[in-house]
Design a protein around this ligand. Structure first.
Ligand code: GLC
Length: 619
């Protein structure tokens, strides 16, 4: 039973770290038995069967709202056997202080660093000597750790010593924590990640409203803060509370669509790196995953398998003209679906959801491969497009006017290689190169092998534009002049070649490293890491760099930005241990390629558009 008392969350931490019901080596040997337990547990929630019905139906969960804040916890009352979930303990109400951890007590439990498959986890960072820069980075990363009721639950976005106005940079961002989590996991320190995943799961169920309207229940916050508040009527006593931001305080009030996707990706990474699959098998984790998936897979007015979102719903979290179907969200969506497909316990209650995931994966990869990909050949095709075609077998399906091909692209597109464009809408292709989306199409195999190779070839070829003096450009090129004014609304933070508008973000290096290792080109990543390594420590680990070639520290960049630090450390460890990197990416799944459920046969009046498509490449 999960109690409604918020302070009880504090007490739960102890149970989480001790909640593995079986000795670790026992678990590995007895996977079958655990499977049975998981099935017993999932039978318990089997009332909710179909994808559609789960959105509204909560027959296995009694949800009730607790008063107090604008953002309130919805408490899920779940009766479970064999799963030691959240319990009260005698520390309740005693008042624990928020601390910025000095790192000395993070994950000190030696046994946990063994992991369930100890050999896969690094005992020390690596065999080579750890450089001074890495030592400094580890020290700063540990200083960024946030404690909740005495246990580490995440890392703050930045601790800039000179920052008088931290805004929300003193919060734990879901997306920012991912590289921190990987650095800790690769070092064999798992507790902070487990705590983070379970605490954010609690936040997911909070009821949240903006002007009396509530977004879907599965929404994960963009960030959260640990506050220490005085206890009513108890002099001098206080307690820690978690205060999430679902977008209701965020600049622009954007819903963080990527948070839930990152959360799912991290749950999988936790299992893969530690070998502890009991976390993903937990009923509450399975339920959390399903809530996120229900939100993403629910029916709407969409004509495409891509997710329709507002501007600023991901890493680029303010207006940059990426509303619609931005590549970053699609690539993370695809990755999260692939993770879920591996992790969902399959039984009667989830079989429809699993089928929906498979169908979406298949349709999404077709759509992105076919319509988002551009290279020399495709641009030339678009250049000669006819418009106003009315037919199901139109060549120019989205009615793209050739004039939309921007001037910069005509000379920029290389003879070999290519990339996925930033967005696709009716009569609109956003030809900008967005790095995060392209890297995740490689990592998740959303792109074909040939396309993925093509992206790395393009980055290599356009090194001076995309990597330049500091890896890597968040997007290329910048919006300038009138276009900047219209598209960003004249945003003074997103001026040309600054911040989201063509700025350089060192945190992207870890994802670049992962993509390079996957494609067998680690030397490219090494080159980028070496470039960053020379400057990051001297420049005090800035959030981003400005100017066309990334030469200046960003105008409003925070220093000691945690995901810059963690991204660097994660890249170093991935390069040292490519075998661990390989647990974090996916290869082509041929089963998905064969899957088409549109019901339109090869013969007959209407043809399946996938069968008539000309350029779908399986290789
Ligand atoms: C900025 C970035 C966002 C990041 C946040 C915290 O808002 O755009 O991606 O999560 O800072 O670092």
């Amino acid at each position: 039973m999960i109690s409604t008392n918020r302070s009880i969350f504090c007490g739960s931490d102890l149970n989480w770290t001790q909640s593995e019901p079986f000795p670790t080596n026992w678990v590995e040997k007895n996977n079958r038995f655990l499977g049975i337990i998981a099935n017993v547990a999932s039978n318990f929630r089997s009332h909710s069967t179909s994808v559609e019905s789960q959105v509204k139906e909560n027959s296995f969960e009694n949800i009730f709202i607790q008063g107090g804040f604008n953002v309130k916890p919805l408490v899920i009352e779940t009766i479970e056997e064999n799963q030691d979930l959240l319990r009260t303990d005698d520390r309740k109400g005693k008042g624990y202080k928020v601390e910025i951890n000095d790192g000395s007590n993070v994950n000190i439990d030696e046994s946990s660093s063994e992991g369930l498959s100890g050999s896969r986890i690094l005992k020390s960072t690596h065999e080579r000597e750890v450089s001074e820069v890495e030592k400094e980075a580890w020290k700063l990363l540990r200083e960024a750790v946030v404690n909740y009721c005495g246990n580490p639950v995440g890392t703050v976005a930045a601790i800039d010593p000179a920052d008088k106005q931290p805004l929300n940079y003193d919060q734990v961002f879901i997306r920012d924590f991912v590289p921190s989590a990987l650095a800790f996991l690769l070092k064999g320190e798992r507790d902070i990640v487990k705590n983070f995943l379970l605490h954010t799961l609690q936040l997911q169920s909070w009821e949240k409203t903006v002007d009396c309207y509530s977004p879907g229940q599965g929404l994960m916050p963009a960030s959260f803060k640990v506050r220490n508040v005085p206890l009513d009527g108890r002099d001098g006593e206080s307690e820690d509370v978690l205060d999430p931001d679902f977008g209701e305080s965020a600049i622009g009030r954007v819903a963080p669509v990527d948070s839930g996707l990152w959360w799912i990706i991290l749950v999988r990474a936790y299992g893969k790196i530690t070998g502890d699959y009991s976390l993903q098998e937990r009923v509450d984790v399975q339920t959390g995953m399903r809530l996120i998936l229900n939100l993403c897979l629910s029916d709407g007015f969409d004509m495409f398998p891509t997710l329709l979102v507002t501007d600023g719903s991901c890493m680029i979290d303010r207006r940059m003209g990426i509303h619609g179907h931005p590549l970053e969200i699609q690539a993370l969506f695809y990755s999260a679906l692939r993770c879920s497909r591996e992790m969902l316990t399959v039984d009667d209650s989830t079989k429809n959801l699993v089928a929906a995931i498979n169908n979406r994966l298949s349709a999404l990869s077709f759509h992105i491969r076919e319509y988002y990909w551009v290279d020399m050949k495709k641009i030339n095709e678009i250049y000669r497009y006819k418009t106003e075609e009315y037919a199901t077998d139109a060549i120019n399906k989205f009615n793209i006017y050739p004039d939309q091909i921007p001037h910069w692209l005509v000379d920029w597109i290389p003879e070999t290689g290519g990339y996925f464009i930033g967005n696709l809408q009716p009569a609109h292709m956003d030809f900008r190169f967005f790095t995060l989306g392209n890297l995740w199409t490689i990592i998740s195999s959303l792109g074909t092998n040939k396309q993925n190779e093509g992206i790395l070839n393009l980055i290599d070829d356009k090194w001076s534009d995309l990597v330049a003096q500091m890896p890597l450009k968040i997007c290329f090129p910048a919006l300038e002049h009138e276009e900047w004014r219209i598209v960003t609304g004249g945003d003074p933070k997103n001026t040309p070649w600054s911040y989201h508008n063509g700025g350089s973000w060192p945190t992207l290096i870890w994802q670049f490293t992962l993509a390079c290792i996957k494609m067998g080109r680690p030397e490219l990543a090494r080159k980028a890491v070496a470039l960053a390594e020379n400057k990051l420590s001297v420049d005090q680990w800035p959030e981003y760099y400005d100017t066309r070639y990334g030469r200046f520290i960003g105008k409003q960049a925070r220093l000691h930005q945690t995901w810059t630090i963690a991204g660097y450390l994660t890249s170093k460890m991935l390069l040292d241990h490519p075998e661990l990197a390989s647990t974090l990416f996916w290869n082509e799944d041929y089963e998905l390629l064969e899957n088409c459920v549109c019901g339109l046969g090869k013969s007959g009046r209407r043809k399946c558009s996938r069968l008539v498509a000309r350029s779908q490449i399986a290789a």
